[in-house]
Design a protein around this ligand. Structure first.
Ligand code: ZN
Ligand code: ZN
Length: 405
């Protein structure tokens, strides 16, 4: 039994730190749980006063059975609601409901072969997910295609750039006409070429075309912008999952912060060809898949966010954009390296969210085609990290590392 003084002490501590107050307890049972009439009576007696003490954040009760969760959440203005479902995030995700959800009927015929693997419930779950994709270039365009063909219901794809002719071999769904080849031909007068350059298709518009062709009912939000802008990031904070497929340090920093601060699991995908600029010798080639689990695995802890490059990107975005443009043209890149990373990442996502993989260790993997080897490692974790530990679950209480508000 929670004594009044204990509850009051906890509520004051929450008020000090700007936290919500949730009282959590367990009932027996497996797949069904609900509050007892005593539970509900105590909420009605106590929660209005706790809301006054907290002055802002919600107050509530959550009750668990082995595979079921129910919640009674109170917010300001006398509003109160029941939790529809609860996600436990980790390397694998568990979505729990208060009662067994009715098995959906009427799943469209085209999903038949997938339903044989994930079941109707798994397919229905995919259709309820909102997934973010940061970057719609080589790797991101593949992730976008896979997710839309799998039947994910809602995609948010973010990328600031327009298509360039050197992207054509890697961006799936890109057509020659997207780069306006006639207008931008080098024999055209300068002013026509500059009109042509401005009218090249954005990478998010190509992603939209691909997603809608694959899945006409999908909700597709294409955001042509940089995740480092607060207004762009705002589209992502209620995603269920996020893929990081952009390779600026800013994109890494912001997506990593999003994962930990808003408890959104994610995966970074990427490919790298390490070539000696002087000799042209290829040192290393790999495709990387790095799971970003809230509070557990972090790009900052693993030295994958270079502070010097980050500062450079932040202080001189214009020069950097030019620099990056040059780098991108000269950096080697091929579709198959991106495909290895993208396919593994989406595969891992799929098995993690549909509940088929229940017991997998959190490991980051690199696929090395030169040596035909796979190297996997447990990511390092610093208990005092300002990013994964400092931001964990803070939501809107902490400022995200973005421009604007
Ligand atoms: Zn109870
Ligand atoms: Zn960290």
């Amino acid at each position: 039994m929670l004594t009044a003084s204990f509850v009051r002490e906890c509520a004051l501590k929450c008020a000090d730190e700007g936290l919500a107050y949730l009282a959590i307890h367990c009932h027996g049972g497996e797949r069904t749980v609900s509050f007892s009439s005593d539970d509900l009576a105590s909420h009605e007696r106590g929660y209005p006063a706790l809301l006054d003490i907290l002055a802002g954040p919600p107050v509530g009760g959550v009750v668990f059975a082995r595979n079921a969760v129910a919640g009674d959440i109170w917010i300001g203005g006398g509003r109160r609601f029941s939790l529809e479902c609860t996600d436990v995030v980790g390397r694998v995700q568990v979505r729990s409901f208060p009662h067994p959800t009715p098995v959906p009927t009427g799943i469209a015929e085209e999903w038949d072969r997938q339903v044989r693997l994930f079941g109707d419930a798994g397919q229905a779950l995919l259709s309820q997910l909102k997934v973010g994709v940061v970057g719609a270039g080589g790797a991101g365009s593949l992730v976008n295609e896979y997710l839309s063909r799998l039947g994910v219901g809602h995609l948010v794809v973010v990328d600031p750039e327009r298509l360039d002719p050197t992207n054509l071999p890697r961006v799936v769904g890109a057509l020659l006409k997207d780069v306006r080849p006639w207008l931008t031909h080098r024999r055209m007068p300068g002013f026509i070429r500059s009109i042509g350059l401005r009218r090249r298709s954005s990478k998010v518009s190509i992603a939209r075309r691909v997603a809608l062709a694959a899945s006409p009912d999908i909700i597709f939000e294409g955001v042509r912008g940089d995740i480092s802008d607060a207004s762009v990031l705002a589209h992502l904070i209620d995603c269920d999952f996020v893929f990081l497929a952009a390779d600026t340090m800013q994109a890494r920093l912001v997506t990593n912060a999003l994962v930990h601060q808003y408890l959104i699991p994610g995966i970074q995908v990427g490919a790298k060809v390490d070539v000696d600029r002087e000799t042209g010798q290829v040192h290393d080639v790999f495709s990387a898949v790095r799971h970003l689990v809230p509070g557990e695995s972090c790009l900052w802890c693993n030295q994958l966010i270079n502070p010097a490059r980050l500062a450079e990107e932040a202080t001189n975005p214009e020069q950097l954009r030019r620099q990056r443009y040059i780098d991108e043209i000269s950096a080697p890149s091929v579709i198959t390296l991106n495909a290895v990373a993208a396919a593994h990442a989406v595969n891992d996502f799929l098995f993690a969210v549909t509940g088929l993989a229940t017991d997998v260790e959190l490991r980051w993997r690199k696929f090395h085609p030169l040596t035909d080897s796979v190297v996997s490692e447990v990511p390092r974790r610093d208990a005092n990290c300002s990013e994964c530990a400092g931001r964990l679950g803070a939501g809107p209480l902490l400022r995200m590392p973005v421009r604007g508000n």
